[in-house]
Design a protein around this ligand. Structure first.
Ligand code: GLC
Length: 568
């Protein structure tokens, strides 16, 4: 390489550093049942989170996103909400969420909460009323009840499949004791889909938004944001529904299983978000929404973040690109082009509660493969290689302009639990596919905090709703804190440098490089992500600021390593 790298192509221009927080925030996903358990029932809770908020400050993130903590029978780990305005006793009380919000705000952290508008729990008061009411009643009209096909209505109204496997329809018994109508559930049978053409549904959710905005939340992560509105007439569809996981990307980073079938990405959904935007805008203090929308191509996804709709959308195209330099570079380019065109910030994400953790995913023989869970008998990831690549991928993410999402535990380099006993699995996907899909439990195992405490400090008495692997002591926060080169300290340094060098609002320019190496500048920082098999040299005079390789020596960038450097 030359002393002064030639500039190639700027794909994103710097923006104001004083824009609203969500344009450049690092947002940490807290999965409440697995973060910290204060009362010893083995399930994490809100007081547990509040007690550990200092961790997020020490780490250096700007905000946290809380997965659902609302009243729920927990058929889908809380994504089946029975009461949107109260806290499930397993997680605490409304006072506990107030205390969490209060402490987070005092610590300078924003708090985003999950909103689940596509479906309720079947134990929601509305659904209980709908079940008890007659076909054609206003109670049924809040959901998608339909007559079955076949001579006696014995066949589902259409051919849609549930995202979790099996049919997307369940038949109810009518008051006379005979099988009657069917209701739609894109997910589990205990998650009936709402009918968003019903004004009552719209009014109810605007009220739910206000309830939480009044309590002081800074925003919402909107679950299945592309699914609320279905195509008129609920037509049959020939495509395969495997939205969440189990899908393999193709070379250009597009995912063949992300689709625009009649249940997703319908035009009418944008009206909902325009209405919500006016609700949020009526509150002080930059409240924000982020769409969980598995929509491609990215230009289509960008329609959710037009100026009068949501603020951000998760970039699942990026997550799906895996460990593939060409795919990553292409998706980064396309992400900036699509989002810059609508004036929205780009987001980046590698892990969440629905996918195999990237420290494991990237250790598979095909590091672009995205299985739906890993279990006994499946290919086991190469843990060392996976972690090495994961750290390099994370330093790439944190060097990019825009907003980044971290999933709890990734700052510890935590792997997937890839050998959970099948009888402990709780994800409905596992049972609904007769075990063909392992499901998402392996990324939801409670966090390890202290090496020598019961349940590694997750709970006071060692209880843990899923078992932590015995070997997790080295991943604990206290084993890594203050240890140079540990994953935890590497994340901390990255977050500090990201702030100091204003990378989140910077400009991104690609430099000419080997196709296996991603080489870019963001403001004055040179970033070299070596995804190829041979080491590369930094330019003469470059000073290493941070490396994903704990054994970094000099200016050599080893394979599966990302280095941040300052040019001399
Ligand atoms: C979203 C959530 C996932 C949940 C599903 C149904 O994709 O992230 O965990 O199972 O929606 O609510």
């Amino acid at each position: 390489m030359t002393a002064t790298p030639a500039r190639e192509r700027t794909v994103h221009h710097a923006e104001a550093t004083d824009g609203p927080w969500w344009r450049h925030a690092v947002i940490y996903q807290v999965y409440p049942r697995s973060f910290a358990d204060s009362n010893g029932d083995g399930i994490g809770d809100l007081p547990g989170i509040t007690a550990r908020l200092d961790h997020l400050v020490e780490l250096g993130v700007d905000a946290l996103w809380l997965s659902p903590f609302y009243v729920s029978p927990q058929a889908d780990a809380g994504y089946d909400v029975a009461d949107y305005r109260d806290v499930d006793p397993v997680f605490g009380t409304l006072d506990d969420i107030d205390a969490l919000l209060d402490k987070a705000h005092r610590l300078g952290l924003r708090v985003v909460v999950d909103l689940v508008p596509n479906h309720t729990s079947d134990e929601h008061i509305w659904f209980a009323a709908a079940r008890a009411a007659a076909p054609g009643s206003p109670e049924r009209a809040r959901y998608l009840f339909r007559e079955g096909r076949g001579q006696h209505g014995e066949l589902p109204p259409n051919n849609w499949q549930s995202m979790f496997g099996g049919p997307a329809w369940t038949r109810v018994m009518e008051a006379d004791g005979r099988p009657g109508q069917w209701y739609l559930h894109l997910f589990d049978t205990k998650q009936p889909d709402l009918d968003w053409s019903n004004p009552q549904v719209r009014a109810e959710f605007e009220d739910v938004l206000r309830f939480w905005l009044d309590r002081g939340v800074d925003g919402f992560r909107v679950d299945v944001a592309h699914g609320l509105v279905k195509a008129d007439g609920l037509p049959d569809w020939a495509g395969a529904v495997t939205m969440i996981d189990g899908s393999d990307p193709v070379d250009d980073g597009t995912d063949p299983n992300v689709h625009n079938g009649p249940m997703f990405d319908q035009e009418g959904v944008h009206d909902v978000y325009r209405a919500w935007r006016t609700v949020l805008d009526s509150y002080p203090g930059d409240r924000a929404m982020v769409a969980e929308a598995w929509v491609e191509p990215l230009e289509r996804l960008a329609r959710y973040v037009r100026p009068d709709e949501m603020h951000q959308a998760f970039n699942f195209s990026f997550l799906s690109a895996g460990w593939d330099p060409l795919a990553l570079r292409s998706v980064i380019d396309r992400s900036f082009a699509a989002n810059d065109a609508v004036g929205a910030p780009t987001t980046w994400v590698l892990s969440n509660h629905d996918v195999v953790r990237h420290a494991s995913r990237l250790g598979l023989s095909d590091p672009t493969h995205r299985p739906n869970g890993i279990g006994h008998g499946d290919e086991q990831p190469d843990a060392e290689l996976g972690l090495r690549r994961a750290r390099a991928a994370s330093l790439l993410v944190l060097a990019l302009p825009g907003s980044a999402y971290l999933y709890q535990g990734e700052e510890l380099g935590l792997p997937e639990h890839t050998a959970l006993p099948d009888e402990l699995r709780q994800d409905p996907t596992y049972t609904r596919t007769d075990g063909v899909e392992r499901g998402r439990d392996g990324c939801r195992v409670p966090l390890p905090w202290e090496q020598h405490a019961p349940a590694f400090g997750f709970s006071p008495n060692g209880a843990s709703w899923l078992p932590q692997p015995a070997g997790w002591g080295g991943f604990t926060v206290d084993a890594q804190r203050g240890r140079p080169g540990s994953t935890y300290e590497t994340y901390r340094s990255a977050l500090r440098l990201r702030r100091e060098h204003r990378l989140a609002t910077g400009d991104l320019t690609w430099l000419p490089s080997d196709p296996q190496v991603l080489e870019l500048t963001n403001r004055t920082v040179l970033v070299v992500a070596n995804m190829g098999p041979t080491a590369v040299e930094l330019p003469v005079g470059a000073r290493v600021l941070l490396s994903s390789d704990a054994a970094q020596s000099g200016t050599v960038v080893a394979p599966a390593t990302t280095v941040w450097a300052e040019l001399g």
